[in-house]
Design a protein around this ligand. Structure first.
Ligand code: NDP
Length: 350
């Protein structure tokens, strides 16, 4: 599929209708519109990478959440890294690389003050949507603040090879913990042990008795559980909690397509008997402390202590299909759409 490197039209992906259960390709539409002009204090950004994230499934529903839903006919929301190609704000001149919530489109205007400037010398700019962006920050606070892991403790992570989970496991190792990851394929299991340094991996798609596998991998119980998935996997981990365990409720991807709340085994009594704590969080809660997380993450990445993997699909028109695949576990690492090739953009370094 050809990249829309420097076209003279804005290509946008809209929400065409609300999904019933599992989203379909027909829930999205691709349209072209004129490229907008920046107004006062605004910049025009040409997108290079679009982040695809599980939370976007919730925005497709007409339900009240911590942010409003996307309306039918609106551009799908999402994080983007791109280059400023026109500017009405001298603080962010043309040529600057930025990150912001610019949506599923090839071009966008935004107030310059709402964008984060990305330094391309520090790391590939795509990392501003992954390990050095929202998913990395989520891993940092969701593990360190919510769970407060101590050296020697056992940390279990679900969706352990993903954008968030991959970072959680490595921060836990840096803190001296033992780590067990739950993943959906043998290739992911091998990757998290060999490349990310997890001590053990469990493939939830091929392990008939998940609870037995967790108990075997965690003989002293689970001190910390970083939950990205919910559902039967979480039910199994809760059965294995150690005394005074901490559970960080980050995501429940196994439930996002459900039309009705699924009632699972009622095993919350395990929290009583083990005197454990479960806490949900949203990364925005830590907005004021993002610089702390980004500094730590950038240090670990440049020292080679945190590794990351990107799963890049080329072409904005492929975003809907790539998003459906993300919800099925098809991604292997942080899923991104490459919308344009930076070397072909106006203002790119030669
Ligand atoms: P990932 O890169 O981990 O991709 C999603 C992964 O979820 C898939 O690759 C798959 O991994 C797994 N998965 C999908 N369906 C199921 C299922 N039915 N049962 C078990 N696992 C499943 O995504 P992210 O790292 O971006 O996000 C991880 C979680 O964190 C999500 O739930 C997301 O909503 C949440 N999140 C929460 C934030 C917050 O502020 N609270 C911020 C950012 C993310 P596998 O093949 O290994 O099963």
């Amino acid at each position: 599929m050809a990249l829309q490197a420097s076209g003279n039209r804005n290509i946008q992906i809209l929400l065409a209708r609300r999904p019933q259960g599992r989203p379909q390709i027909e829930d999205f539409s691709v349209v072209e519109s004129p490229i907008p002009e920046p107004g006062d204090e605004q910049v025009l950004v040409q997108a290079l990478y679009l982040s695809l994230d599980p939370y976007m499934r919730g925005r497709m529903n007409d339900t009240k959440s911590y942010v409003p839903p996307v309306q039918i006919g609106e551009v799908m929301g999402g994080g983007v890294v791109g280059r400023v190609i026109k500017s009405a704000d001298p603080k962010v001149p043309a040529g600057t690389m930025v990150e912001g919530l610019l949506g599923w489109q090839s071009h966008a205007v935004e107030k310059a003050s709402r964008l984060r400037i990305v330094d391309p010398r520090l790391a590939p700019v795509s990392t501003a949507l992954g390990v050095l962006g929202m998913p990395g920050i989520t891993a940092y606070f969701g593990l360190l603040d919510i769970c407060q892991p101590k050296a020697g403790e056992t940390v279990v992570v679900s969706a352990a090879s993903g954008a968030v989970g991959g970072v959680v496991g490595q921060i836990a190792k840096i803190r001296g913990c033992r780590t067990v990851g739950i993943v959906g394929s043998d290739a992911k299991a091998e990757y998290i042990v060999d490349d990310l340094g997890y001590d053990a991996a469990i493939n939830h798609r091929t392990t008939p008795n998940i609870k037995g596998a967790i108990a075997a991998a965690c003989p002293d119980g689970v001190d910390v559980y970083f939950d990205n998935v919910g559902g039967p996997i979480t039910d199994a981990v809760v059965e294995c909690l150690a005394l005074h365990a901490r559970v960080s409720l980050c995501g429940q991807i196994s439930q996002y397509n459900n039309e009705k709340v699924e009632l699972g085994p009622r095993n919350l009594w395990r929290l009583i008997t083990t005197r454990s704590r479960m806490e949900g969080f949203i990364v925005f809660d830590f907005r004021d402390r993002y610089p702390e997380a980004l500094k730590a993450l950038a240090g670990w990445v440049s020292a080679g202590r945190i590794r990351y993997r990107e799963d890049i699909v080329r072409g904005i028109e492929n975003a809907p299909r790539a998003f459906l695949g993300l919800l099925e576990g098809e991604n292997f690492g942080k899923r991104l759409i490459q919308i344009a090739d930076d070397s072909q953009l106006p203002g790119a370094p030669s």
